[in-house]
Structures are given as C-alpha cells and as structure tokens.
Ligand binder design. Structure first.
Ligand code: ARG
Length: 230
C-alpha cells in the first residue's frame, strides 16, 4: 500500500508561520500565503499529484502541531537541528542559510558576535536565533512573535541587535524598506532548512521524491530566482 501511495493524504495540511519574508508571508490584499517556501511546497505537491493546503501557526507551535498530527508537515524556513530531530523527521535540506547580526546603521560598537556581550538582543520566539542569543553572556534577550517585530524593535532603539536568519534580515533591509539597520560581522552559524513531518510519517518519502523532482526539472531554480535574484 505504501508503494502505491494509498496511505498518504490527497491534501497535505502544511503548517507555516507566515511572517518570515521572503520564505512565507501573507499577501496584504488577498490574505493568501505567498513566498519561496509556499511556491516550493505547492510545486512539490503538484509533482506528487497532491494538493498543499497552508495553515498559519505561531513558529513555536509548529513542532507541537506536527507531533499532535493536526498538520501533516511544516515548511517555515525551519532549520534542521539535532534537538528538533528528536521529535520530528526532516526531509533532505532544501535551503542553506545561517544567522546574522543586525544593528542600527549608526552603531559603530557592535561588529561581531563577541561584541554582543551585555547587550540587549531581540529575537523571534522558538528560533535558532533565540537559542544562539541566549548563549551570550550578560545579554538581555527579548523575544518577539516574529522576525519583523524583532527588527522593528531595533529600529525603535529599544534593543541593540537582532539575531535572525540572514536571508530574512537581508530581504527586510533590501526589499522591504526597513531603513536604519545594517548587518555586521560574519555569519554566526551555518544552517539548513528542511520540511518537518511527524516521526515515521509515510509522507516523508513522497515529499523527498517530490523535492528531488522539482530540483531536477528546474522548478526550484525558477522559484529561487523569483524570490532571491530579482
Ligand atoms: N531558521 C530559524 C529556525 O528554524 C527561524 C525560522 C523562522 N521561521 C518562520 N517562518 N517564522 O529557528
């Protein structure tokens, strides 16, 4: 039965936290989910002869929802970590990212991760950035529901830095008119995004195969160009 795909659903219920542009966001006019992850998952579903239905959830609610099986999978710029892999399965990596430090444009003091000691740092709740920031000695870490809110707090002058995924902070500065912030220093981490599923899910093979298909047939490259190179 597994080989015939009869034990996998015709509609994939896919969770995502949609305030992470350009990976996932809500179109202001229509309320529809849009972004790189959304188009990738939609293309994967099509390749598998299935349909993807997106469900918005808080980022720290995604893993619990997967465990509770109220969703079949999550695509949310989610980093594959050893910790998360204890409770969910991941597909093969589909995107290389990493954490970057953002500070105010006028800041000449913070130039590297080491300079964050004793500073006020904003992060998005439940993320690898939050975990990394909590390892900084003497720092005050403030958690926000999502990355745009953390970045806004930096602009407002209420924190000294934001630790967040490089492609998302870059997009905010270059494409989303976030003025007054800059990225400093080297990448703090190297991370790979994966799609998370319940442990032992029959969908894992189906999604890995679909991901391979859209990478090989050029669909992935086309979606990548649209969101990152134009
Ligand atoms: N890559 C980071 C992590 O896995 C942040 C992901 C946040 N994604 C989102 N859609 N809000 O922790």
């Amino acid at each position: 039965l597994a080989a015939l795909g009869q034990d996998t659903p015709a509609v994939w219920r896919v969770g995502t936290e949609p305030a992470f542009p350009p990976f996932e966001m809500k179109d202001e006019a229509t309320g529809a989910f849009v972004g790189f992850d959304i188009e990738l998952m939609t293309a994967m579903a099509e390749a598998a002869g299935k349909e993807a239905q997106f469900i918005g959830l808080p980022f720290d609610g995604l893993v619990p929802a997967i465990q509770g099986k109220s969703i079949d999978a999550a695509i949310s710029g989610m980093t594959i970590t050893a910790d998360r892999a204890l409770t969910v399965d991941f597909t093969r990596p589909y995107f290389e990212a990493g954490l970057a430090i953002a500070v105010r444009e006028s800041d000449s003091e913070i130039k590297s991760f080491e300079d964050l000691t004793g500073k006020r740092i904003a992060v998005a709740i439940g993320t690898t950035g939050a975990a990394k920031a909590s390892s900084v000695e003497g720092a005050t870490v403030r958690q926000f529901d999502n990355a745009p809110l953390a970045l806004q707090e930096l602009i407002n002058g209420n924190v000294d830095a934001v630790v967040n995924d490089l492609p998302v902070t870059l997009y905010a500065i270059n494409e989303a008119n976030l003025t007054g912030a800059k990225i400093v220093g080297e990448l703090v981490t190297e991370e790979y995004y994966g799609i998370a599923l319940p442990k032992g899910s029959a969908l894992l093979d189906e999604m890995n195969t679909a991901l391979g298909t859209v990478i090989q047939d050029g669909t992935y490259a086309q979606i990548y160009r649209k969101w990152f190179l134009s």
